[in-house]
Design a protein around this ligand. Structure first.
Ligand code: ADP
Ligand code: MG
Length: 377
């Protein structure tokens, strides 16, 4: 793959925080930056030389984007895969339309994983009333998830029996998967990988993650689990990137329940749980995304420190912008994304602590409890 050098322009489809961090990384290295996002206030506009503020089906936008950019990537998986394949006839695009199609549809994703021998939670496809009726009672309690467009727990319903399933499915009326719900002791992990065109895979360290109501709120490189488990996660993550013939950054979420590992889902892009890489690694997940896109060499990233991260969801802004003084004095690194409307559940920013485990655990857990008004962990 030929190298694309600065000051060529690189572009991103989607202008949220992930797009913004990607453009920051590219800009720092001298690339020109372009974002295509129909939202005039999207965060990534602040780090772009050009913001194409038009819908994703606009032919004018397509022309402008493909004339400006030498290479492009995505920040969210719900980009129309047709758009990605059309773009790829004009400029370098990674990841591929095919990989994005698989990752953006839970039915394709699960059947890819299952047919390649990766462990997934018991599931079935639901696209009719008949499918609802055929679900065996052993599947319940279960979680009904829309096949497409779900994120941060949206489009998901816990259902306890067959009649609740039917009711939930009728209210959605779209293709879904039904997954067995794992126990409350279930632990979540994720791994961010990068795979180059040459087939080389790099891995960022595993993080252990905590979700509230389906949304990530806390993540740390301190996993408190046997090395065997984290080794296995890395092995599976690397194999998945290989089997997909993936080029770019691929993030993989895992569940660990009663000593069994499951692959939850894949995201064809950097991941919220990989934000710590900006503060605690030799290079970040966004640097990795940019280097792979431009055909540059990438070496296995080195961990400089352990790290913990707390997501700043809109809920914590209900009384206006919080007072950051004690946080900043305690060494937390604050990232505010530049969104104006602090709706509950909306990711407004995050904080990272990097250093020795005792310090980062104490500082992050204290801040986490405070920010979310929690009595205990
Ligand atoms: P999203 O695309 O919204 O991230 P996920 O499938 O990752 O969808 O689900 C969001 C969160 O909901 C997970 O991180 C986990 O906390 C919880 N969850 C999802 N599926 C299950 C399951 N089968 N059992 C228990 N919890 C689950
Ligand atoms: Mg998820």
């Amino acid at each position: 793959m030929s190298v694309i050098f600065p000051p060529a322009a690189v572009g991103v489809l989607g202008g949220g925080q992930l797009g913004r961090f990607f453009l920051q990384s590219a800009r720092r290295q001298g690339y020109r930056t372009v974002v295509w996002d129909p939202d005039p206030m999207c965060p990534a506009r602040m780090d772009s030389d050009v913001h194409i503020c038009l819908p994703y089906d606009s032919s004018d936008a397509f022309k402008e984007f493909s004339n400006l950019c030498k290479a492009a990537t995505i920040e969210f998986e719900n980009v129309p895969s047709l758009l990605l394949s059309s773009l790829s006839s004009k400029l370098r695009v990674s990841p591929s339309a095919n990989a994005v199609e698989i990752c953006s549809n839970r039915i394709l994703e699960k059947s890819f994983l299952k047919s390649n021998g990766f462990p997934v939670v018991d599931y079935c496809e639901i696209s009719s009333e008949e499918d609802c009726r055929l679900v065996p009672s052993s599947m319940f309690p279960a979680i009904l998830k829309t096949a497409r467009m779900g994120y941060d727990g949206r489009g998901q319903f816990t259902v306890l029996d067959s009649s609740a399933l039917l009711e939930a499915w009728l209210s959605l009326g779209v293709e879904c998967v039904l997954e067995k719900r794992l126990s409350s002791e279930m632990i979540e992990f994720s791994v961010v990988t990068g795979r180059l065109d040459s087939g080389q895979v790099v891995l960022f360290p595993v993080t252990r993650n905590l979700h509230r109501g389906g949304i990530l709120c806390y993540s740390s490189t301190i996993c408190n689990i046997d090395n065997d488990v984290t080794d296995q996660l890395c092995h599976i993550a690397s194999l998945i990137a290989q089997r997909l013939y993936y080029v770019g950054v691929l993030s993989i979420e895992f569940f660990y329940d009663r000593s069994k590992l499951y692959v939850n889902e894949m995201a064809p892009r950097p991941h919220n749980t990989g934000h710590y890489t900006m503060d605690a690694m030799s290079y970040s997940q966004f640097d990795c995304q940019q280097k792979i896109l431009c055909g540059l060499e990438v070496f296995q990233p080195r961990k400089l420190n352990d790290a913990a991260m707390v997501n700043l969801l809109g809920d914590g802004f209900s009384n206006g912008v919080p007072d950051w003084s004690s946080l900043l004095n305690s060494g937390g690194r604050l990232y505010i994304y530049g969104k104006y409307d602090a709706r509950p559940g909306r990711k407004m920013g995050h904080v990272t602590w990097s250093g020795v485990p005792e310090y980062i655990l104490d500082a992050s857990i204290e801040f986490y409890r405070d920010f979310y008004n929690l009595e205990d962990r």
